[in-house]
Design a protein around this ligand. Structure first.
Ligand code: KG4
Ligand code: ZN
Length: 349
């Protein structure tokens, strides 16, 4: 393997189509992210069939664009890294099949990347000084977990949500109060104009021994408080957004504090919800109070992107961890397959 290691990353597991060229020295040579917000907005959420079709239409032209922009060809690439799950299966299949075709055509290795590993390792793309082990809070639309990250492929799950993921709670609450889709950024924006003290919302599992999460009760409380309002105006939206964000943040901080004793190293946050400035600063304060370093990737690297998939590819390629062309697309693919199911947890463990 040459000194230069260059990986083409493909991401299509949810509603972002993304392609990136990432080098071992942490340079992202070129990248594109195409959001499908406009396609899904009329439906108030991601429609799997529409997502798969949009990925299929966009992915190959985006590969061309990214290669051209970096001034390289497939022959210059050392491997193709494609998300192979977990996620919406149609989209995952489109990305993985595209990756396999490119790998076969160019006679390059394929790396079938776990999307969650992409998130988990993304802080190391942003911060060259971040070594293993670290305590990771992984917060996205489908997952809410605390993990001890002990190395590439070595994840020990310390806690998970027993119902909704925190990003899902942001999205559902946004929808309930008319902030639309996608909900997370809308809640954060509205909350800046709001007064969190106007509504009293619960903090599920606060103080519980085990560091698990729960957000379903918080979402229901938003629904009840909202329905009880006489005037559902922009100020009420802002106040509710602020109250929800404050409650969700308290839960994340309390549960993460509980996990501090269970894993060594810096406190690291990743995943779409980690782009939230309010949550980032609360976690930074928690880390400081415990004398631990805090690492959060820049917001663009928290939400879905292909640079993190390319980087996971680099990390795996450096260890010789490549896959064969029959690697399966997986709707479900836990980072820690040995983790015990949690009482009360639904299908999202
Ligand atoms: O990691 P991600 O882009 O996709 C998944 O793998 O799920 O995470 C998407 C989630 C969505 O639920 C979205 O509402 C949430 O991250 N999100 C945010 C913010 N930006 C995205 N939540 C709170 N504040 C934000 N600024
Ligand atoms: Zn994601």
């Amino acid at each position: 393997m040459g000194l230069q290691m260059l990986v083409l990353g493909l991401e299509s597991s949810c509603d972002e189509t993304a392609v990136a060229l990432v080098r071992h020295d942490r340079q992202v040579l070129a990248q594109r992210i195409a959001s499908q917000d406009e396609q899904h907005k009329p439906f108030g959420g991601v429609v799997p069939e529409l997502a798969a079709r949009a990925h299929a239409e966009r992915l190959s032209p985006m590969v061309e664009t990214v290669l051209a922009e970096a001034g390289v060809t497939l022959a210059d690439v050392d491997a193709i890294a494609a998300t192979a799950g977990p996620g919406l299966i149609g989209g995952v299949m489109v990305g993985l099949v595209t990756g396999k075709a490119l790998a076969m055509a160019a006679a390059k290795p394929l790396i079938a990347v776990n999307h969650l590993e992409g998130h988990a390792l993304s802080p190391r793309l942003a911060d060259a000084a971040l070594d293993f082990p670290y305590l990771l809070l992984l917060v996205s639309g489908g997952h809410c977990q605390l993990l001890a990250v002990e190395g590439v492929g070595a994840y020990r799950r310390l806690a998970t949500t027993i119902d909704d993921a925190v990003g899902e709670a942001f999205d559902k609450s946004a929808k309930l109060i008319g902030l639309g889709f996608p909900g997370g950024p809308a809640v954060e924006r509205a909350a800046r104009q709001g007064d969190a003290r106007r509504f009293r919302l619960p903090r599920p599992l606060l103080g519980a021994d085990e560091p698990h999460f729960s957000f379903a009760g918080l979402k229901s409380a938003v629904l009840r408080s909202w329905a009880a309002l006489d005037t559902q105006d922009a100020q009420a939206q802002a106040d509710m957004a602020a109250a929800f964000q404050a409650a969700a943040t308290d839960c994340l901080v309390d549960r993460t504090a509980r996990a501090m004793a269970l894993a060594e190293g810096p406190l690291v946050v990743a995943g779409g919800v980690a782009s939230n400035a309010h949550i980032r600063s609360a976690l930074a304060a928690l880390a400081e109070a415990h004398g631990r370093r805090f690492v959060a990737p820049p917001p663009w690297l928290c939400t879905d992107n292909a640079a993190m998939i390319g980087w996971a590819g680099i990390e795996r390629l450096q260890l010789g961890l490549v896959d064969t062309l029959d690697a399966p697309a997986r709707a479900r693919w836990p980072l820690d397959p040995g983790a015990e199911p949690v009482r009360g947890a639904g299908a999202k463990a």
